[in-house]
Design a protein around this ligand. Structure first.
Ligand code: 8YV
Length: 325
């Protein structure tokens, strides 16, 4: 500790446990306060622990709202989020206090795109029902047992053609899907890579046999899947979400599943995690996972290392390429 002080090491609070190698890395570069029990800190505990720190390495489970940010000590100069998404942080409030906020793009693109494919496959091939039958050991093969939908030749709509959306498009293409997309702006032909652009969600949804949600949660995208927009889809469409739960009006979705307007959903993210709308729990047409998008050893390691490097870069240069505010 004293040596670290003498070396003038920056002091950082890491709010959640990281993989061990990453905590070791953080402790080499910084005077790092770790969370050994991986306890979820209350607002007051987080503020108390951040006293005397120069930065905080947060996770999406930390609500860094305006009130919390305003109560942080003046010594805090940076918040490094261990995620590509940063809906848990009030960027403006941080900016007002001269605190930079950083995220971890790129390193989780492939792992998240893989989960998106798992959702598409799991929903299309009725994996929830299949797992249930297999585990109950009460199934018999027959020619029409658990018939699902095939990806080959089907049209996939990608909502949000950023890094992750494009990675999903690439994998889906290998499955023989035809890629359509909507994005805030049309991509260059090189980035489009043959995908068909739609300038409205109505236009995209109307050709989406499958929809993969890969846009960020913003004021514009919250509940973008709702009672009205569900009408745009072809009957029997499949909707998957590996981005944020904010985008789906769950009651409208459950109603569309019950009416068979929507054939199945594949979900990895929810409003109010770790809780999820109980309607999905027993629904046979819902293939659900507990926010596993980036959960591989390689990716979680790269994310934590990047979150640490972001702080190192900021303290060494006053800048950070992954700054988001
Ligand atoms: C993580 C994520 O599981 O990066 C994101 O935005 O949602 C996931 O990769 C999570 O954020 C870890 O904090």
């Amino acid at each position: 500790k004293n040596i670290k002080k003498e070396l003038n090491m920056k002091k950082i609070l890491i709010t959640r446990r990281l993989l061990r190698a990453c905590e070791e890395k953080a402790s080499k570069i910084f005077d790092a306060k770790l969370n050994g029990n991986d306890e979820l800190y209350s607002q007051s505990k987080l503020i108390e622990l951040s006293q005397g720190c120069d930065a905080i390495l947060t996770s999406i489970t930390d609500k860094m709202d305006k009130d919390t940010i305003n109560k942080l000590p003046d010594s805090i100069k940076a918040i490094s989020n261990f995620a590509v998404g940063f809906g848990n942080i009030d960027l403006e409030a941080a900016k007002d206090r001269n605190i930079i906020v950083t995220n971890t793009p790129d390193v989780l693109t492939d792992a998240t795109a893989e989960i998106a494919m798992l959702l598409i496959l799991g929903a299309a091939r009725r994996a929830s029902e299949g797992i249930e039958y297999a585990k109950n050991n009460n199934w018999k093969w027959s020619a029409d047992f658990l018939i699902g939908k095939q990806l080959t030749g089907a049209r996939l709509g990608v909502l949000g053609m950023g890094r992750i959306g494009r990675a999903v498009a690439k994998l889906a293409k290998a499955f023989g899907m035809i890629i359509n997309y909507h994005n805030r702006s049309k991509l260059s032909p090189e980035l489009e890579d043959g995908a068909i652009y739609h300038d409205s969600i109505k236009s995209l949804f109307s050709v989406s046999d499958f929809l993969s949600i890969n846009c960020p949660a913003t004021k514009e995208t919250v509940n973008i899947i709702n009672k009205e927009t569900l009408k745009y889809f072809p009957t029997g469409a499949i909707i998957t979400n590996s981005a944020r739960g904010d985008m789906i009006d769950d009651e409208a979705m459950l109603d569309a599943l019950d009416r068979r307007k929507i054939y199945a959903v594949g979900l990895d993210v929810y409003k109010g995690e770790p809780n999820l709308n109980p309607g999905y729990l027993k629904h046979k047409s819902a293939f659900i996972l507990p926010h596993l998008g980036s959960a591989t050893k390689e990716t979680r390691t790269a994310m934590a290392n990047l979150a640490i490097d972001n702080l190192d870069e900021f303290f060494n240069t006053g800048q950070c390429r992954n700054k988001v505010n």
